[in-house]
Design a protein around this ligand. Structure first.
Ligand code: CP3
Length: 345
């Protein structure tokens, strides 16, 4: 097995920096679009053979050092009875958003071996297909990010409903987050039992909260999951996009790896928390529109920022955009492979 990624998660010695890309299984790949043309998104997610095939595509086509399961963070609310709808070109939607205490009481914590059995089957099928070539990452949304979709009913710019609930009815929102924390922990434990080699918690919307609110409504629940989850030997990555003010707190909750977006300086972050955790990031996803030579320069610059030694997993600072040329994604991966060995001499 190419274990560079797992070794880097544990800050062990590696011969070069490992690289993968958030959202690497997706529409920038023509081979993904060919399968997608014949199947809707949720069918792909719920069919283990298809999910496994597109999970493995970027390993073969782009040369990444880890696979991430093809699925979505919103399968948890779906399994809780919220009926996820993926609208073409519009993104995810829940027809009946959560607005009252009663809505939240009615939600049931799913049994991952029942309502989410298809995810566990996709993990098993993917691991057979990968044949130990690279590690497989499982994932979940963080409670706060899941709650934002569930209360808003879909994507939003102003987060008006969940922020109103946070101020006017904090106990209602805390009850939802508590339920979600149990669901996320049990879901990740089931993924580990099904065979994933690492797990990532995506807190895409952590950064929209001021520090005190972030701590109370997002970080505390992530910390509780990491502290209570059985994950021996399986690294946990926490990515709370935009929550720069909380990097030191995040590094203290027991996760092995902290994800960082591109708006922070990797050198500074390493100075702050590099003795405690490995760091994952932090290439600006939009820079993949630039030419391959400029992409290579930017890769060099990030490697230089992290500097000598172990504990860096090269990644984008957020998901790859759907219309990035595949050659540019390959150029990034190739540049990391060529340019990083000197930092591990
Ligand atoms: O990283 C990977 O390659 C694994 C697969 C993966 C998907 N979604 C596939 C997907 C992962 C890890 C996710 C996580 C996810 N989903 C997040 C957290 C990470 C992030 O990007 O912030 C969020 C917020 C979602 C919710 C979601 N799913 C949105 C907002 C959308 C629509 C936007 C879009 O990109 O189309 C989705 C749909 C989705 N999830 C697609 C893919 C490949 C596109 C579906 C299609 O083919 O049309």
């Amino acid at each position: 097995m190419n274990d560079l990624f797992l070794r880097a998660c544990k800050r062990q010695r590696v011969s070069r920096t490992p690289v993968w890309m958030m959202r690497q299984a997706g529409r920038y790949l023509p081979e993904y679009r060919a399968i997608r043309a014949k199947n809707d998104f949720l069918t792909m997610v719920r069919t283990p053979e298809i999910a496994a095939e597109v999970t493995i595509q970027p390993v073969d086509l782009v040369g990444v050092d880890a696979a991430i399961l093809f699925s979505d963070i919103l399968v948890i609310p779906d399994a809780m009875g919220m009926n996820l709808v993926m609208e073409e070109a519009k993104g995810p939607r829940f027809p009946m958003p959560l607005r009252t205490r009663d809505d939240i009481e009615k939600l049931v914590v799913p049994d991952p071996s029942k309502q989410l059995k298809y995810v566990m089957q996709a993990i098993e099928t993917t691991q057979r297909g990968l044949g130990k070539r690279v590690p497989l990452i499982g994932f979940s949304g963080a409670p706060w990010t899941l709650a934002a979709y569930m209360v808003e009913g879909g994507g939003t710019k102003d987060f008006r409903h969940i922020k109103r609930m946070m101020l006017d009815e904090p106990e209602t929102l805390l009850a939802l987050l508590k339920k979600l924390a149990v669901a996320v922990r049990e879901y990740l434990e089931a993924q580990i039992a099904a065979g994933v080699d690492a797990v990532q918690i995506f807190d895409t919307w952590g950064g929209i909260l001021a520090p005190d609110y972030y701590r109370k409504f997002s970080l505390d629940f992530i910390a509780d999951i990491v502290a209570t989850m059985r994950h021996e030997g399986v690294p946990v990555i926490v990515f709370s996009k935009g929550a720069h003010h909380a990097l030191a707190d995040l590094a203290a909750i027991g996760a092995e790896v902290i994800g960082v977006d591109w708006t922070v300086d990797l050198h500074d972050v390493r100075q702050l928390v590099g003795e405690k955790v490995a760091l994952q990031g932090n290439f600006d996803p939009s820079f993949l529109y630039a030419s391959p030579p400029r992409i290579k320069d930017e890769v060099r610059s990030i490697l230089r920022k992290f500097g000598m030694g172990n504990g860096h997993i090269f990644n984008l600072g957020h998901g790859i955009l759907p219309d990035v040329p595949v050659d540019h994604a390959r150029a990034l991966v190739q540049a990391v492979k060529e340019e990083s060995a000197m930092y591990h001499a």
